[in-house]
Design a protein around this ligand. Structure first.
Ligand code: ADP
Ligand code: FRU
Length: 287
């Protein structure tokens, strides 16, 4: 099993189960409420830990009582978080509405991200794999380059979910780039293969993966053709929140064990499909 560091956000998620999405001025009662830890890198860490890896999360944590929800979940899943910088403020918080297998997310954040100095405490050679959410590019670009120089053997993946200023500075460095459909749409692509062909020109060294919701995922190796793994449809879709983060965990698990990109994509969609059949990310018994 591998030592995997995941760098990004841990959030407080307020997940409301609804019969329909609220309209303006509507007051309604939710069917259920779940208050839990979320955040892309944190979610992926929790799933990788359930797959048996030694995982660590690194991202700022608010010095606030609500952070207990986040820490408790990390402890339950054996995700290390002791190196996370503690800052005054409150956790990034999401109000999430689930209805009819669809979801809306309202996110608020005023907690600062990791600074360049925060990364001084990280020794990249201590890990087999380091995964980044693409967030504060000005900070993480030099960090990725430094990690590469200090630990040439460590493999690096980067999630490109939303457009960020100067993010193209990061493209030449990772071994794996995981892109979202929204990111492809931002670049005016509606067709996955065309997007991956374009992206391959920007990051010829990387394995590329692209989630495409209920259609599944697409991917390509640096020198190969684009392939498609259809979504693993559960009998009933209960909750797609974190499906992308679970897909990432399945993909990384297969790649870190030496699996081919095609096999890793298949494992990603299989795991994400199983996740969609349950509430939350407690996948024990489904792996
Ligand atoms: P995100 O959850 O980050 O928005 P996607 O919507 O692209 O990401 O979903 C990631 C993966 O989760 C997809 O590639 C697919 O395999 C799986 N998935 C998403 N929605 C469904 C669904 N309704 N049924 C089955 N699998 C799904
Ligand atoms: C799911 C998720 C939630 C979080 C939101 C942040 O992928 O990580 O847990 O609230 O996205 O954008």
């Amino acid at each position: 099993m591998a030592r995997i560091l995941l760098i990004g956000t841990a959030t407080l998620d307020l997940v409301f189960g609804l019969d329909h999405f609220p309209g303006a001025d509507e007051e309604m009662r939710a069917r259920s409420l779940r208050v839990c830890r979320g955040g892309n890198a944190a979610n992926t860490a929790v799933v990788l830990s359930q797959l048996g890896h030694e995982t660590e999360f690194f991202g700022t944590l608010a010095d606030a009582p609500e952070t207990a929800v986040i820490e408790r979940d990390f402890r339950v899943h054996g995700v290390a978080y002791g190196a996370c910088p503690r800052l005054p403020g409150r956790p990034p918080t999401s109000a999430i509405y689930l209805s009819d297998a669809r979801r809306s997310i309202v996110h608020y954040r005023d907690l600062p991200e990791n600074s360049a100095e925060h990364f001084d405490s990280i020794s990249p050679a201590a890990y087999d794999w380091i995964h980044f959410e693409c967030r504060n590019v000005a900070v993480i670009a030099p960090v990725i380059r430094r990690f590469r120089a200090l630990a040439p053997g460590v493999r690096i993946s980067l999630e490109l979910e939303k457009p960020r200023a100067e993010m193209e500075l990061l493209y030449p460095w990772p071994n794996v780039l995981i892109c979202s459909r929204g990111f492809a749409a931002h670049h005016q692509f509606t067709e996955p293969t065309a997007f991956l062909d374009w992206m391959r020109g920007k990051a010829p060294q990387a394995v590329l993966a692209l989630g495409w919701g209920e259609v599944g995922a697409y991917g390509c190796a640096p020198d190969g053709a684009v392939f498609h793994a259809p979504a693993a449809q559960p009998e009933t879709v209960v909750d797609t929140l974190g499906a992308g983060d679970t897909f990432n965990a399945g993909l990384l698990d297969a790649l870190v064990k030496g699996g081919s990109p095609e096999m890793a994509l298949w494992q990603g969609v299989t795991l994400a499909g199983r996740k969609c059949a349950i509430e939350g990310l407690h996948l024990e018994g489904l792996l």
